[in-house]
Every structure is written in structure tokens, then in C-alpha cells.
Design a binder for this molecule. Structure first.
Ligand SMILES: Nc1nc2c(ncn2[C@@H]2O[C@H](COP(=O)(O)OP(=O)(O)OP(=O)(O)O)[C@@H](O)[C@H]2O)c(=O)[nH]1
Ligand SMILES: [Mg+2]
Length: 327
């Protein structure tokens, strides 16, 4: 999935409104019929719609133009023209649409959510509306309004094969920096990382996967503490999760449980994702301490040890990630 597309530009056009009708009623025995022209139908909207089954903008890569239908013209007998069909652009959760000026039109946060990117033109009013005491038979009607037209840029903020999950200071950014060309800020204080960083990790024989370094999670994150929902949303878009528990944690397994619980509180389906547990900063542990830490974890949850500083354990970690992704 490393050929991810997170940017697509599409020329969009909403439908022109249908014209109102200027029809005059003609009946056999009525010499002068009145106006009976119906209104034109609204032109179709261009709508962006959230689809939780999509994870990339890849399906839109070759879409150059999107055009909604025009509204039908009004007809005689007060017949209103049909609405032009709306056109839908389906996007993954987290997609932001911007106009040509770079202003945000909207962001998709939920499955099925719809945001109108361009409104269809209003239909014109039929001549019936223009009847007055001085003009009983108006021979004119409104034209339909123009639709809108222009480029829309779609951006998916983040999408990665593996997302790093850990408390602040766990060593997430250090790991990303040591396995990819990304240069995230690293520092010895909480919330150094405020926005996600992506890195492409080279793997044996020219293979690669994408790793996402996301802001640290704290207890209560699911209720909005810390950076709250903002980053938990990013986690939803990663294929697998890598939990990082730093070697100098007070209680490693406990820390893992807190992280797991925050994900569950936010969205229980996150726990269905494949995950790997790791102990970061393993250079701080000698053989004996390492055994003690491993013993905290149940048999089916044994952690991998690595150090982003000395690089020990990184190859095994990459192997484990690759296996989860493709094995
Ligand atoms: N000894 C040792 N220190 C490390 C290691 N990895 C990170 N550190 C240190 O731990 C501190 C935090 O590292 P970061 O990589 O910024 O941690 P983070 O998880 O990205 O933190 P936030 O962005 O705040 O969530 C820094 O002072 C790092 O130098 C490691 O493998 N060994
Ligand atoms: Mg960081």
C-alpha cells in the first residue's frame, strides 16, 4: 500500500438549472389561455460522500472531470422540470476538500456523510409566477441559474500501513527517524509531535511500507484529553498498529492495557486491527531486566525489543511488521 495517494485534483461542475417555461395555455373553446409554464428543475449538486470501505484516494486517481446533470426545463401545465441528478465523489474518512484558493470546503468525518462541494443552479421560474394585474399573459420566464465550476483538491491527511501508538515520549518519532528518511522533531518532553508524520520504510529487496508517527496518547484521550479525537482518528486509517512501551515505563503491561483501553473507548473496532507490541529504548535494559519485562506479558502478547538509538532489534521489528501486513 505504499504507493498511497493522498492528493487528487478534480475539475468539477454542478448542473445548470433548467429554464422556466413561458407556455400559454391553449384550449379549444377558450380564446385566451393563461400562463401555465412550470419552473425549471434544479441542477445536480457535486457531493463528496464518506465511504468507510475506502482507505485511499487511489480510485480517484484517473478521474479528471466530474459533472452533475442539468435540471430539466419546466413544461406546460405547470409541470416542474426534474432535478438534475447529483453526482457523488466517494472518499475515505478523513478526506478534506479544498477549493482552488486552498480554502477548506469540508472534511469527511463519518461513513455516509455528505458534503455539497458545488450547488446545482436553481431552476428558473415559469411564467405563471409573473402574472400580474397589468400583465395577464406574461410571455417570459426565468432562465435557469448557472451551476458552479472549478477545481477541487482532495487531500487525505494520513494513511499508513503501520501506525505508532504510545504515550508521549515513548520514542515514536525516534523510531520513525531511524527507519525512514523522515525527520520528525524529537525531544524529551510530552507532545513533541503535534501533527502526524509519515515515513516510507525501506524493507528487504526494494520493498517498502508506510509508517505513521502520531501524537502521543494519554489516559482519557478517548474523552478528548490531550490531543484527543484528532489523532485517534488517524489511527483508524492505519492498517496495523505498533504499540510502543518505553523500557523505562513503571509498568509495561499496564501501560499497554491503558493504551488498548483508550482505543477501545474511542472505537471498539480498532481492537480488531492486527497489532504488535514493542518495548522501545531497549538499550536501557540488560538481559536480566529484559526477561523481567517480557515476563509481565502473557504468552500470546510477548513484546519485541528495539532501540531507535542503537538500532538493535529494528530488523526483527520490520520483519514482524511485514509479516502482519503481507504474511
Ligand atoms: N535511550 C533511548 N532514548 C530514546 C530512544 N528513543 C527515544 N529516546 C528519547 O526519548 C525522548 C522522546 O523521544 P521521541 O521520539 O520524541 O518520543 P515520542 O514518542 O515521539 O514523543 P511525543 O512526540 O511527545 O509523543 C527523547 O529524548 C529521545 O531521545 C531509545 O531508543 N533509547
Ligand atoms: Mg514524537
Amino acid at each position: 500500500m505504499s504507493n498511497f495517494v493522498d492528493y487528487v485534483k478534480i475539475h468539477c461542475k454542478s448542473g445548470h438549472g433548467g429554464a422556466g417555461s413561458a407556455h400559454l395555455r391553449r384550449e379549444k373553446y377558450i380564446p385566451k389561455g393563461g400562463p401555465d409554464g412550470g419552473d425549471g428543475g434544479r441542477g445536480g449538486h457535486v457531493i463528496m460522500k464518506g465511504n468507510a470501505n475506502e482507505w485511499t484516494l487511489l480510485p480517484l486517481r484517473y478521474t479528471r472531470h466530474v459533472k452533475a446533470e442539468r435540471g430539466e426545463n419546466g413544461g406546460k401545465n405547470q409541470l416542474t422540470g426534474a432535478y438534475g441528478a447529483d453526482v457523488y465523489i466517494e472518499v475515505p474518512i478523513g478526506t478534506i476538500a479544498k477549493n482552488e484558493e486552498g480554502e477548506i470546503i469540508g472534511e469527511i468525518l463519518e461513513d455516509g456523510q455528505e458534503i455539497i462541494l458545488m450547488e446545482g443552479g436553481m431552476g428558473g421560474k415559469g411564467n405563471e409566477h409573473f402574472k400580474s394585474s397589468t400583465n395577464q399573459t406574461p410571455r417570459f420566464a426565468q432562465p435557469g441559474m448557472d451551476g458552479q465550476e472549478g477545481y477541487v483538491v482532495f487531500e487525505l491527511k494520513i494513511l499508513a500501513d503501520v501506525g505508532l501508538v504510545g504515550f508521549p515520549n515513548a520514542g515514536k518519532s525516534t523510531l520513525l527517524a531511524s527507519v525512514s528518511a523522515a525527520k520528525p522533531k524529537i525531544a524529551n518532553y510530552a507532545f513533541t509531535t503535534l501533527t502526524p508524520n509519515l515515513g516510507i520504510v525501506d524493507y528487504r529487496n526494494y520493498k517498502s511500507f508506510v509508517m505513521a508517527d502520531i501524537p502521543g496518547i494519554i489516559e482519557g484521550a478517548a474523552e478528548g484529553k490531550g490531543l484527543g479525537h484528532r489523532f485517534l482518528r488517524h489511527i483508524e486509517r492505519n492498517s496495523i498498529l505498533l504499540f510502543l512501551i518505553p523500557a523505562d515505563s513503571e509498568s509495561h503491561f499496564q501501560e499497554f492495557k491503558i493504551l488498548e483501553n483508550e482505543l477501545k473507548e474511542y472505537n471498539p473496532e480498532l481492537l480488531d486491527k492486527d497489532f504488535i507490541i514493542s518495548i522501545s529504548k531497549s538499550d536501557l535494559l540488560d538481559e536480566e531486566l529484559r526477561k523481567e519485562v517480557a515476563a509481565e506479558f502473557p504468552e500470546n502478547r510477548k513484546p519485541l525489543f528495539f532501540s531507535g538509538v542503537t538500532s538493535e532489534g529494528l530488523m526483527e521489528l520490520k520483519d514482524a511488521i511485514w509479516k502482519k501486513l503481507h504474511g
